[in-house]
Design a protein around this ligand. Structure first.
Ligand SMILES: C[S@@+](CC[C@H](N)C(=O)[O-])C[C@H]1O[C@@H](n2cnc3c(N)ncnc32)[C@H](O)[C@@H]1O
Length: 349
């Protein structure tokens, strides 16, 4: 290529009005510069690339009743949307701690919040697992409020390099912290048939767990590659050939969603760390301290509900949510990712 040609090289532009590839959505990835584009995407009920729209903000703030001077923890920083709203409630008095395991998104969120004027004098961000919540207390003192918005952020799901979605081609990784533990592809290399079947059932209630587990194990035994999201999607598609044609496309889609969820929960030990967090919580809360937890699938919600109910019976919590709270119809209509959310809360005795 000569110099003349190099000079005219242009950045990849939107392909029409609806670019499909994450990296081509350069407008959505720069919300400060292209606020109109971002507003349009949100108006359509979608989440712009590289962003996360916080769920149940109003309901969470109403419950937490944050007042200036308090100390709290956002256990799942993500894009920092809930964090920002909680910081506003503090009105520059008190302190907010925030944790996240994601080594890729955390520095970006820290910078974004610092640019908005929230630095270390009011906000301490720690790269750590919320299962180690007790390690924050010597520094923070007992907490007046805690929020955990479980699972994955839109930035994680939408970034094909992270491998969280079967919808885009990428490495079969699925780690929230890509610097720790093993990827989903590595995990599948050594898993047994029984273990895999159990994982699909326990983590995602997968009705075709037997067929999918058998197909994955046979694929690996035959020495075939299973290192990308689309390879796993293909194995699941092949395993469900027996489903009547009329229902097949829909069932494959759901099986892919559930299988990716099951793998994600497994590689990140999500149930184990949530259990540890729930066990440690009461000793980290001040008397009258409030905790709100937002979950996105039945396994998570069950753990939260059981823990809150048991600790309420034991008198550790003085009040718990009588039932789970769902996002409003309006929120679900404008943000499809809110649809599976369930909010539960508890107040320390
Ligand atoms: C749903 S997003 C949170 C979004 C955030 N509330 C907002 O408004 O932007 C969940 C976040 O929790 C993080 N996460 C998940 N499990 C975690 C754990 N055990 N410890 C710390 N962070 C965790 C994920 O990396 C992700 O960034």
């Amino acid at each position: 290529m000569d110099n003349q040609e190099q000079k005219h090289q242009r950045r990849v532009r939107y392909q029409g009005t609806h670019p499909k590839a994450f990296k081509d959505k350069y407008k959505e990835l720069q919300p400060e510069k292209y606020s109109d584009t971002v507003a349009k995407v949100i108006q359509k009920g979608n989440t712009p690339a590289g962003m996360h729209r916080s769920i149940c903000v109003k309901e969470i703030l109403e419950f937490l009743q944050i007042t200036p001077g308090q100390t709290g923890l956002d256990a799942t920083l993500g894009y920092g949307g809930h964090t920002l709203e909680m910081l506003k409630c503090l009105q520059s008095e008190g302190h907010l701690y925030a944790t996240d395991v994601d080594s890729i998104e955390l520095p970006r969120t820290r910078e974004r919040l610092a640019d908005l004027g929230y630095g270390p004098e009011i906000l301490t961000i720690k790269h750590m697992n919320f299962s180690e919540i007790d390690q924050i207390i010597p520094e923070s003192g007992l907490l007046d409020f805690v929020l955990a918005d479980l699972g994955v952020s839109s930035m994680q799901i939408d970034n094909p390099d992270r491998g969280f979605s079967y919808k885009t081609e990428g490495p079969l990784d699925l780690r929230l912290n890509p610097n720790k533990g093993i990827s989903a592809a590595e995990r599948l290399k050594t898993i047994t048939l029984d273990e895999l079947q159990g994982m699909l059932l326990e983590n995602a209630d997968e009705p075709h767990a037997t067929e999918i587990a058998r197909a994955i194990i046979n694929h690996i035994k035959r020495g075939k590659e299973l290192t990308t999201t689309s390879q796993l999607q293909q194995v699941i598609t092949d395993a469900l050939r027996f489903v009547p044609e009329k229902e097949r496309t829909e069932q494959i889609k759901k099986a892919c969603q559930r299988s990716f969820q099951a793998l994600r929960i497994d590689v990140n030990n999500e149930f184990e760390v949530l259990y540890d967090f729930l066990e440690k919580l009461p000793s980290c809360l001040a008397s009258g301290g409030r905790v709100a937890i937002l979950s996105f699938h039945s396994g998570e919600d069950r753990l939260v509900k059981k823990s809150f109910q048991r600790l309420y019976r034991e008198g550790v919590y003085r009040e718990i949510a009588p039932d789970s709270i769902r996002p409003s119809m309006e929120e679900c209509n404008t943000n499809s990712r809110a649809r599976s959310a369930k909010l539960r809360w508890a107040i320390k005795a």
